[in-house]
Each structure stands twice: as structure tokens, then as C-alpha cells.
Ligand binder design. Structure first.
Ligand SMILES: *[C@@H]1O[C@H](CO)[C@@H](O)[C@H](O)[C@H]1NC(C)=O
Ligand SMILES: *[C@@H]1O[C@H](CO)[C@@H](O)[C@H](O)[C@H]1NC(C)=O
Ligand SMILES: [Zn+2]
Length: 954
């Protein structure tokens, strides 16, 4: 899947705003992976004593025509199973359905196996287990047919996954219901009892019946036949058997009028985009992405998609509702419509940019994830790390105009470094058992660190060897479940054959892999240059953001790349050295010149230098910025903010290094800068004067970028330039940059008069137009929202509406989030927009929460896996001043102490207080540092003196 975007957008809003927030491999390699994965008491895991081979699943879907049980389904399935151990007299599989009506078991020759008369079967709800008790034991390796008859209810909306219903308006404006499925990672058991762990791969045959009018039916494979029963008015669609695959990849969609909205028939199977009838013709861009990336992966893996299975489709559903950004069901990928319906005249660049990586990520999964699949979700990173890596790096090869290989740094590398610097972070391979733990591991570590680890490996072993390893991995494990040892074996084989690491003496790849996959965190490289001796001393330790974290002694194998002023080789990503110990020494010349480590910030580590070297770097950044690669300028920014936050560098010294930012226009440098500024700025929100002084300093840093980027996109500018403008202007307008506000207001007024506004600047125009405007402006945008056919533009409009300063309008906006007009996957984001729009809005949001908490719980879908209500309630705390924090806390303690969100909300209040306390304590230090930075071009020599006196902590 693509990291659930419900969360991701939010994480992006908040975290982007401030980027918040092995067992011994050699032993294990010789072990059978089954043994390793199932040692402990893992109550939520199925026993592996019976395996499914083939499922025939018949589901009868009922919509509103069924008065007694609207939106329900009855299911019947025949599962061919085998016992793989002796003495099995209880069959355990997953079921999370309303009711099991009947169960029976027959042998291959038709004999009925007797079940325990007292209790033939029972549901163990906590574990989603269906236990079937037999009075005889199963014969090993013989086929049995398990028949289960059950019934259940569709979920309302996508958030709880399983089989659910959504809504859309068709081309005639008629509101229609559709039913579809989202099973990843553990929700197939809601649709049919099954062995719902990825390792139990089997063949699935799906048969769906629905009222005859629901004739637009799709699944992973071709339709084999359709039969209609005229008396009941129902049709049954029979699909061909699927390839051998995991249960979470089963899917279907049943609708009255979904249709193919773009198609390329020159492929086998044809590549199709399917969506609402009134998005016909709006998916050509998505089709182009799917076609080009299918071609790419066909030739990259040398396993053509068409060879995977004779009936497997290559369909892409544009779904009006979807709980994540996209989900890689094998023949029928589903996406949130917002990413597939793209129109250059209506869609903002950040969505178009993201869509390219999304479609590519999902297509990569068809090999990495579906053909081979992680054995269990402890190794989610094997699925998600590869898909995320290919989603940027492979996509760059095909769509260079998006420069995704460079955006990888802010999206994955820096995100990983930020997240992975806490004390409680977990390794890539991390034991999970309960559904909540499984959901939790679909996060930054599996996606961002997984992808960044793979990219680091590519640089070491070369792209050719990496590709070879991928091919070994896929061919040696096709249609099977795999684990980190299989992956290790594929890499080790390719590396051995190509001798790709032979030039690194005494380097042990086994250790490298074991440590990076099975140890948490990452290192900081400390660099000390002895200029007189021409020697660079390196040392490492695990990097923690918290100054009080205990050192761990963990040593990470670090691929070292570096440049010096006289020998810049930023393009060279092959490590000069593999640092496998605590310390290392490099020879260099004796010139007093800058050195810089970690070319293009490809390595998963931070770098700190001695004071003199930092000064040399700072001077170069200011005087000859182009002498240092922009991705390394971005790295300096990212590292310096982290060093300051962790107490390893003073703010004075840090902002001295960052003086060069006043001359920057490069996205990859400004992006981490804006994250860093935002982190600080949020801590001054309770001190308006301090914050506005801080803002003035930061705006002076951004003035050059604002002037260079301007307020109108150029016709042929790069995607990266558009993204830079969007981020810089959004930030500048938030800080009240005068010209930014005026220009945006003027454009909003022009839009109200009917002028088309380029989507590349719409975010700002909507937000400022509503924030600075009145009820008419709000109503104008609200009407536009209601009548728009573009989900992506609608989301931008919600962001704009949430920025109103008027408490009454804001309350109307928040009430809108309780209606179906704001789709459930957008609700928390929309809630968040109200908080992001203006600091003062939090007070209105608090009243709204107090008055509507029950409705919020219901409409935001409290019990959906990502815990949307927890998220909303904790976000609120971060925007309230002490007076209202007290009110919030009192309300929580007196009325909500039994609620599921209580302790989360209280701890959010505590961290809000800590943040304010931090801001109060550090305001003078930070203001003085940013003031110096802001004016230091003039007084740099004085500053040097101050800095020297300021006892820099390294
Ligand atoms: C058991 O079932 C599988 C899956 O349908 C089938 O391929 C296999 O031939 C069956 N084995 C026997 C002995 O019938
Ligand atoms: C690599 O290190 C492991 C111990 O972690 C050791 O068992 C193995 O023999 C080493 N490989 C080589 C080639 O030295
Ligand atoms: Zn994914």
C-alpha cells in the first residue's frame, strides 16, 4: 500500500511543518524461517499446521433493496486445505464476520469429517479466530474441503476496510452507492473466513452476486461468466482463478456505473483506468504513468507482467473514497481518486508530482510485494521499502521532469533521519503481533528508512548488482512468502558474483545487512580535521535527538563519501571507505579548506564537524554556494537543525552556518529550512511578540527566494520550481509577508470575478483569500467546493475554508466535516486545516470539539485503524495557549476520562506545555541567533567573535 494518506497528509502537514514528528543473521540464515518467526507465544498468529490451497468464494451483496438487512452480504466458501503436521484435530483460521452459520469438512472422496458435537466451531473475537473442533485428526498432505457459510455487514465508508460502501454522483447528478474492498493488511477476514496472514498464499476464485443494476463489476482477474436470475433480479459474476497470492490482495468493486475512463489496448492485458462516469477522459495522465511504469518494470525485472498469470488484469481504480493513497491489489490497484484524476488546469503540482511516485509505487508492488511477499508484517519493509525506493528512483528514469531522485531526500531520507532519532524507534525488522502493532509498522521506518537503506546499498554495490539481486530475489522466491534471509541471500549471491564489494578490504556484508536491518537508529559521524597534520579523524555514535538519551555503543557500518574544496566530487556516490569501527583516519592534504561528508546526503547518517571546519564550510556556503552540491547544502540545513535541537551545536553557531540561506532558491535547501523554522516558530506561538520578531528574521532570509520565484508560474518552469514556490509562499503568507498576502488576495478577488487561477498557486490564493476575506469569500469558495468535479482541487478548497478567521464561519466549516460532503478519509485533514489556518482558530475548534464530541467520534470513525479521533484531539492541544489548555484539560478530565482518547489527549497537552516552556526558555537565544544570521552579511566579523565566545558544544 502507499502509506495511508489519511495519515500521510496529516503527517505531512504537521511533520512536514516540522518533520516531527536481527537476531544474529549467521545463525538464522541456516535456520528455517518458520522457526524464527514463530518462537514466542504469539497469540494473534495462526498456527501453521493447516494450509489453504484454493478458495472458492461466493458473496451475495445486498444494497438498499434489502429492507431487512440493507448493505449486508451472505457468503459461502469452499476452501481446499491440507494438514502439514500430524495430529491436527482443530483447524484455526481468521474470521471477523458477524455470524458463522454453518461449517463442514469433507475428505477428497466426499466423506464428511465428524466435528465435535458439543462445540463444532467457535469464534474467538479478540483474535479474530474461527476454531473448528474435529473428533478425528487430519491426514497429512491430503486434500480436504472446508465449507463455511456466513453473513456480515458492509462497513459504511472506507476507513474500517473489509467490504465497504461509498458514494458518488454520476454524470446525471444522481447519487449512487458502490461497494468495494480494502483488505491490506488484515481485513480479508472481514469479507470471508481465511488464513489472513501473508505467508498463507493460495488461489482465489471469486463469485459475486448483486442486483442486476449493479452490472459494473471488477476484480483482479478476467470475468469467466455472468449469469442472471430473472426471478430474483440478481446477477452473478464469476471471475477466473487468481495467481497464488496472499489473502490481503483479493479485491473487487461492484457498481452501477463505474466505467473504463482511459485505456491502452496495446498491452496484454490492456492497461485500464476505471472510475466514475463523469471523470471520463480525465485519466489520460494516470494511464500514461501506468503504461510507462509497466514497461519499465517489465524490462527491469525481466519478468513481464503478462507472464505472471494468464487472467491477471492490470486495472487501476479511481475510487472516490479510499483509506490510503493507493493499494496494490494484484490485478486491480485502487487509488484515492484525487491522485488519478489529473487535469493540468485544475490539479496542483504537488498532487501531480506525488501521483507519479504513487502509481509507480503500486506497480512496483506487483513484483515486490505480490509476486514475492513478506512472510509476516515484521518485515513490512521488504514490501514497502522496495516499492518506495522504486516509486522515486525508477520513476525518475522514466519521468525525469519530476526530479524524483532528488526529492527522495526530503520525502524519505530526511524523514527517516528525523523519525529514527527518538529513543523508542524500532529497527526495519521488528516483531509485531496485534493488528494495532501491524498497522503501526506500516510507517516511516518501513517506508522511509526501508527505501533509504536500499538506496544506500545501491551506491555501494552499483545499480547493476542491485538489479541482479532483485532478479534473484524474485525468481528464487516467486509466488512465495519471503523474509529478510531470502533477501540477504539474493544480495549476497549477486554481490559475490559481481565482486561488487571486493575493493573494500575486510568489509563484511553480512554484518552490514544484519546491523542496518536489525538495529534501531542510525549514526552521527563526527569529523575532526587536523589541518597541520593533514589528517581527518572520524568517529561515530548513535544519534539521538534528545540530549539526555543514553549512548548505546552501537556501531553502524557507514559508507563514507567526501569532498574537499580542492577535490570536489559530489557526483561520486561510491563509498571511498566503509567505516566499520568506532574510529577511522583519513589522510588529506594540509591545506586549510572545507571538507564535506555524505555526498548528496545519500547515506543514512548525520555529520558534525569541528568548529574550524564548520567555519570553512559556512564561508564557502556564503561566498561560493555553488561549489557545494545543492543536495549537500540541503544536508547541512537538515543536519544543523538536528544538531541545534539535540544540543550538540548552539543556535548562534548554527544560524551562523545558515546565513547562506538568504541567497537560496533551491527547493532541496529551502525545504528542510522551512521545516526547521517551523519547528522553532511553533514553540513561540504563545508569545506573539517573540513570534513576530522571529518571523521578521525568517522572512528576511526568504526575501530573495520570494522575489526570485514571484507570484505567477512561468509557462515552462520545472515541477520543482512550482513546488518551491508553493512551499515558500505558503510559509511566507502564514507569517504575514505583506506582498505575499496582497498578491494572493488580489488573485482571490480576480477568481471571484471569473478569472482562472493557475492551480500551481491556488493553495495560497484559497488560504489567504478566505483568511483575509469575509463571509462572501467563504461562501464563494464553499459553493465552488460543492460543485467541483476535482477531488484534488476540493481538498485544496477545504484547506482554504479552514483558514477563515470568523468563528461562526469556522464553526460552519467544522460542521461540514461531520457531513458526508467531506469524505471520511479527508476528515482529520480538514480538522487539521482549521488549526493550521490561524492560531486563534484553535479556540473555536475547542468549543466545536466540546459541543460535538459524540458526532466527531462517529463521523470521523473513531475505531478505524489509524485512530483518527486520537489524532484530532491530540493535534488540537498543540495550538492552544495555557488558558485554553486548562479549559481543555478540565473538560477532558471531567467528561472524557473513560474515553479511548483520554490518555493520548492528556499527553498531547503535556507536550504542548513542554513546547511552550521550551519556547519561553529559549526565545532570547534563538532570537539573538536568527537576528545575527539575518544581518550577519554586514557584521560577520563581529559575529565570528561572538560565536567563538559562545562555547560551542560539539
Ligand atoms: C489438492 O488440491 C489442489 C488445489 O486445488 C490440487 O491442485 C491438487 O491436485 C489436489 N490434490 C489431489 C491429490 O487431488
Ligand atoms: C562476516 O561476519 C560474520 C559474523 O557476523 C562471520 O560469521 C562471517 O564469517 C564473516 N564473513 C566473512 C567473509 O568474513
Ligand atoms: Zn506500498
Amino acid at each position: 500500500m502507499f502509506f495511508k494518506i489519511g495519515i500521510i497528509l496529516l503527517v505531512i502537514t504537521l511533520i512536514r511543518a516540522e518533520k516531527l514528528t536481527l537476531a544474529d543473521i549467521d545463525d538464522s540464515i541456516t535456520l528455517n524461517s518458520d522457526v524464527i518467526t514463530r518462537n514466542a507465544a504469539q497469540a494473534y498468529r495462526l498456527p501453521v499446521n493447516v494450509i489453504p490451497l484454493e478458495y472458492d468464494i461466493f458473496i451475495d451483496l445486498f444494497f438498499s433493496e434489502n429492507r431487512d438487512k440493507p448493505f449486508s452480504y451472505n457468503g459461502k466458501e469452499n476452501i481446499i486445505i491440507q494438514a502439514v503436521e500430524r495430529n491436527v484435530n482443530q483447524i484455526v483460521l481468521h474470521a471477523n464476520v458477524d455470524m458463522i452459520n454453518a461449517v463442514s469438512l469433507t475428505t477428497d472422496d466426499g466423506r464428511i469429517v465428524t466435528m465435535n458435537a458439543n462445540q463444532p466451531f467457535f469464534l474467538e473475537r479478540q483474535y479474530h479466530f474461527l476454531r473448528i473442533n474435529l473428533i478425528e485428526t487430519l491426514e497429512v498432505n491430503k486434500n480436504y474441503t472446508l465449507m463455511i457459510d456466513y453473513s456480515s455487514t458492509m462497513n459504511d465508508g472506507p476507513m474500517k476496510r473489509g467490504i465497504w460502501r461509498g458514494w458518488y454522483k454520476d454524470a446525471d447528478g444522481v447519487e449512487r452507492i458502490y461497494a468495494t474492498t480494502h483488505f491490506q493488511p488484515y481485513n480479508a477476514r472481514q469479507a470471508f473466513p481465511c488464513w489472513d496472514e501473508p505467508l498463507f498464499k493460495a488461489v482465489f476464485k471469486v463469485h459475486l452476486s448483486a442486483p442486476q443494476s449493479y452490472s459494473k463489476v471488477f476484480s483482479n482477474t478476467d470475468i469467466e461468466s455472468v449469469t442472471t436470475d430473472l426471478t430474483s433480479g440478481r446477477s452473478t459474476t464469476n471471475f477466473y482463478a487468481s495467481p497464488v497470492m496472499s489473502s490481503y490482495l483479493v479485491t473487487f468493486l461492484v457498481s452501477e456505473s463505474f466505467q473504463v475512463i482511459a485505456e491502452d489496448k496495446s498491452f496484454n492485458p490492456p492497461i485500464r483506468i476505471i472510475g466514475r462516469s463523469n471523470t471520463m477522459g480525465l485519466a489520460d495522465h494516470a494511464l500514461h504513468l501506468a503504461v510507462k511504469m509497466t514497461e519499465f518494470f517489465d524490462s527491469y525485472f525481466e519478468i513481464p507482467y503478462s507472464s505472471l498469470h494468464p487472467y491477471l488484469l492490470n486495472d487501476h481504480i479511481s475510487s472516490p473514497d479510499w483509506a490510503s493513497a493507493g493499494t496494490e491489489n494484484w490485478g486491480m490497484v485502487s487509488y484515492r481518486e484525487l491522485y488519478l484524476v489529473i487535469d493540468p488546469r485544475e490539479t496542483i503540482m504537488s498532487v501531480e508530482h506525488y501521483a507519479a511516485t504513487l502509481v509507480s509505487h503500486e506497480l512496483a508492488h506487483k513484483w515486490m510485494g505480490n509476486l514475492i511477499t513478506c512472510y509476516w508484517w515484521s518485515n513490512t519493509w521488504i514490501n514497502e521499502g522496495f516499492a518506495s525506493y522504486f516509486g522515486y528512483i525508477a520513476t525518475h528514469a522514466v519521468f525525469p521532469e519530476y526530479e524524483l531522485h532528488e526529492h527522495f531526500n526530503s520525502r524519505y531520507l530526511q524523514n527517516s533521519l528525523s523519525f529514527d532519532s527518538g529513543v523508542s524507534t524500532v529497527p526495519l525488522n521488528h516483531d509485531v503481533n496485534t493488528p494495532a502493532q501491524v498497522t503501526g509498522h506500516f510507517g516511516t521506518i518501513s517506508y522511509s528508512k526501508g527505501a533509504a537503506f536500499l538506496r544506500m546499498l545501491v551506491d555501494m554495490i552499483t545499480p547493476e548488482t542491485f538489479r541482479k539481486a532483485c532478479k534473484y530475489f524474485l525468481t528464487d522466491n516467486a509466488y512465495q512468502a519471503t523474509d529478510q534471509y531470502d533477501l540477504y541471500n539474493a544480495f549476497a549471491k549477486a554481490i559475490r558474483e559481481d565482486g561488487s564489494l571486493n575493493s573494500y578490504q575486510h568489509f563484511n556484508f553480512t554484518d552490514f545487512y544484519r546491523i542496518w536491518v536489525n538495529e534501531a537508529g542510525y549514526p552521527i559521524l563526527n569529523v575532526e580535521v587536523n589541518y597541520a597534520a593533514g589528517e581527518i579523524q572520524l568517529s561515530q555514535e548513535r544519534f539521538f535527538l534528545s540530549g539526555t538519551a543514553q549512548p548505546t555503543g552501537q556501531i553502524y557500518p557507514i559508507p563514507i563519501t567526501y569532498s574537499t574544496k580542492s577535490k570536489p566530487e559530489f557526483e561520486n556516490l561510491r563509498p571511498a571507505l566503509m567505516m566499520t569501527g568506532n574510529r577511522a583516519v583519513l589522510r588529506t592534504n594540509t591545506a586549510e579548506e572545507w571538507v564535506m561528508f555524505n555526498h548528496q546526503q545519500h547515506g543514512l547518517y548525520r555529520v558534525n564537524y569541528d568548529e574550524k571546519t564548520w567555519n570553512l564550510i559556512a564561508d564557502a556556503l556564503l561566498e561560493e554556494p555553488e561549489s557545494i552540491h545543492y543536495l549537500n547544502r540541503g544536508q547541512v540545513v537538515d543536519d544543523v537543525f538536528a544538531l541545534m535541537r539535540s544540543g550538540r551545536m548552539t543556535y548562534d553557531f548554527g544560524f551562523k552556518i545558515l546565513r547562506f540561506l538568504r541567497n537560496e532558491v533551491n527547493y532541496h535547501v529551502l525545504n528542510p529550512a522551512i521545516s526547521g523554522y517551523t519547528w522553532l516558530r511553533n514553540r513561540f506561538a504563545h508569545m506573539p511578540e517573540t513570534q513576530s520578531t522571529f518571523d521578521a528574521h525568517i522572512l528576511s532570509y526568504l526575501e530573495h527566494a520570494i522575489n526570485t520565484l514571484g507570484f505567477e508560474p512561468a509557462a515552462n518552469e520545472t515541477a520543482t520550481t512550482s513546488l518551491t514556490r508553493q512551499e515558500v509562499l505558503h510559509f511566507a503568507c502564514t507569517m504575514g509577508h505583506e506582498r505575499c498576502v496582497t498578491e494572493s488576495k488580489n488573485r482571490f478577488a480576480a477568481m471571484r470575478r471569473g478569472t482562472w487561477i493557475d492551480p500551481r498557486i491556488r493553495r495560497n490564493v484559497y488560504v489567504v483569500g478566505v483568511r483575509e476575506g469575509g463571509a462572501d469569500d467563504f461562501n464563494f469558495l464553499l459553493n465552488r467546493f460543492h460543485s467541483s468535479n476535482y477531488a484534488n482541487d476540493q481538498l485544496e478548497m477545504l484547506r482554504g475554508l479552514g483558514a477563515t478567521r470568523d468563528p461562526q464561519l469556522l464553526t460552519r466549516y467544522l460542521e461540514l466535516t461531520l457531513t458526508k460532503e467531506v469524505r471520511s478519509h479527508d476528515k482529520v485533514n480538514s480538522f487539521n486545516y482549521a488549526l493550521l489556518g490561524n492560531r486563534i482558530n484553535a479556540v473555536t475548534v475547542l468549543q466545536f470539539v466540546k459541543n460535538n464530541i459524540e458526532a466527531i467520534r462517529k463521523e470521523y470513525v473513531e475505531d478505524a485503524p489509524p485512530n483518527p479521533v486520537h489524532t484530532a484531539l491530540s493535534n488540537l492541544a498543540g495550538y492552544l495557549d495555557e488558558e485554553y489548555l486548562v479549559e481543555y484539560e478540565t473538560w477532558l478530565r471531567t467528561t472524557q476520562s473513560n474515553s479511548a482518547q483520554f490518555s493520548t489527549a492528556i499527553s498531547a497537552i503535556n507536550s504542548a506545555r513542554n513546547n511552550m516552556a521550551w519556547g519561553t526558555a529559549n526565545a532570547d537565544i534563538v532570537l539573538s541567533a536568527t537576528r545575527s544570521g539575518a544581518t550577519s552579511a554586514v557584521i560577520s566579523s563581529t559575529l565570528l567573535l561572538i560565536v567563538t565566545l559562545a562555547s560551542v558544544t560539539f
